[in-house]
Design a protein. Structure first.
Length: 270
């Protein structure tokens, strides 16, 4: 049985899950967190479904040994290919990021045309299309895989001309699709939201941006409200783990996360 003082686990292929962690800290400020980024084996978007599932289970098993009370797959690719299997293996609640994004996208879209920018694996999985059409069968969706964008953000390129050119190239692949809502279907991409907004503003185009992180944080809060919300306000702790280059990972974390508690950075090997 898990105690309310047990930490929350967060898993991503790299730094993309920091966008989810930011929202979790806002919604659940009294919690402690265990975050693992599988930086050695990212990007997941070019991996096989079997690899993605195996890597995800391995990282969740690592978090299980940290006595977490719940876990978030803060990775769209892992959510698409590993969430259902992980729920069968582990006995703590596990949330993905796809469903909250789809629910919000359908809510805000006025013309029912929704674009998706994600990893190649996420787009190929069809999970977003299936989930959106379950909510509203009249939704029209077009997706584009953006592997270079994942790498750029993972390397710490969060703004500037180089990033703008990469994003512009992928957005152009959407062609004449007149969408009014864009799902940032890789948690890495939420870290570049300001650059996305800048590009659309330059074209005088109004777009609703969907960041899965907010809805995911609210969904987890609902689950924990059943006796598992921490009331410890004294000193929240975050342990960060990376499977490669922990110093670079720490630099990226410090650029993204503003946290008042204790933080530790540890490199791990599987």
């Amino acid at each position: 049985m898990y105690s309310k003082e047990n930490p929350i686990g967060i898993f991503d292929s790299g730094i993309g899950g920091l966008s989810v962690l930011k929202e979790l800290i806002k919604e659940l400020p009294n919690e402690s967190y265990e975050y693992i980024g599988d930086t050695l084996r990212m990007p997941y978007g070019t991996r096989t479904p079997e690899e993605i599932s195996n890597f995800t289970s391995e990282c969740l098993d690592f978090l299980k040994n940290k006595n977490i009370k719940a876990a978030v797959l803060a990775c769209n690719t892992a959510t698409c290919y590993a969430l259902e299997n992980a729920k069968k293996i582990f006995d703590f609640p596990i949330l993905g990021v796809v469903e909250p994004a789809c629910e919000y996208a359908v809510e805000v879209s006025k013309n029912k045309k929704i674009a998706l920018i994600a990893t190649e694996s996420t787009v190929k999985s069809g999970v977003y299309e299936q989930t959106l059409k379950q909510i509203d069968p009249n939704i029209d969706i077009r997706g584009v895989g953006a592997p270079d964008l994942v790498i750029a953000i993972e390397n710490g390129t969060l703004y500037g001309e180089e990033l703008e050119n990469i994003i512009r190239r992928y957005l152009n692949e959407l062609g004449d699709f007149e969408y009014d809502t864009l799902i940032l279907g890789c948690t890495h991409f939420a870290l570049a939201t300001n650059t996305f907004k800048k590009l659309f503003k330059e074209e005088n185009i109004e777009i609703a941006f969907v960041n899965p992180a907010k809805g995911t944080a609210l969904n987890l809060k609902k689950i924990l409200e059943d006796g598992l919300l921490s009331d410890n306000k004294s000193n929240t702790n975050i342990n960060f783990y990376a499977t490669k280059d922990i110093s670079h990972f720490e630099e990226n974390v410090n650029n993204v996360i503003k946290h008042k508690g204790t933080e530790n950075f540890i490199e791990v090997k599987f």
